[in-house]
Design a protein around this ligand. Structure first.
Ligand SMILES: [Zn+2]
Ligand SMILES: [Zn+2]
Ligand SMILES: [Zn+2]
Length: 123
């Protein structure tokens, strides 16, 4: 668990320095280089602590689940800001509610950092 994504469900192995990070910002904080892009990402599920690889060029909805324990590891990031006022146990529902609120008010929706990273890889 890192300070950027409070509900991170998986660690990701940076292809450039071969170290495990919870999110791209953790990598940026300790690295003097930018994160390398790769089509085959290595993940480690925080629930069962097993590693697995995913081909990001053909990433599907079923790939959002850990192949070992079915943990849904791609979830909307819960940032320290989003934590404020969120009390319920069900974080996925809450995050969706927050997002809907922001959409309604025409505000900018915070994209999950992990999603952002995945998108970058697909470029
Ligand atoms: Zn690196
Ligand atoms: Zn982080
Ligand atoms: Zn797992």
């Amino acid at each position: 668990m890192c300070k950027h994504i409070l509900n991170a469900q998986a660690s990701i192995r940076a292809p450039c320095c071969k170290k495990w990070f919870d999110c791209p910002e953790c990598h940026a904080e300790v690295s003097d280089h930018s994160l390398a892009k790769t089509t085959e990402m290595s993940f480690m599920c925080k629930k069962c602590r097993k590693a697995f690889r995913k081909d990001m060029s053909k990433y599907e909805e079923a790939d959002e689940y850990c192949p070992h324990c079915d943990n849904h590891y791609v979830i909307e990031a819960k940032t320290p800001n989003a934590m404020l006022g969120v009390e319920s146990e069900d974080t996925r529902v809450d995050n969706r509610a927050i997002k809907d609120e922001r959409m309604k008010h025409g505000g900018k929706v915070d994209t999950a950092e992990l999603d952002e990273w995945l998108e970058q890889l697909e470029e």
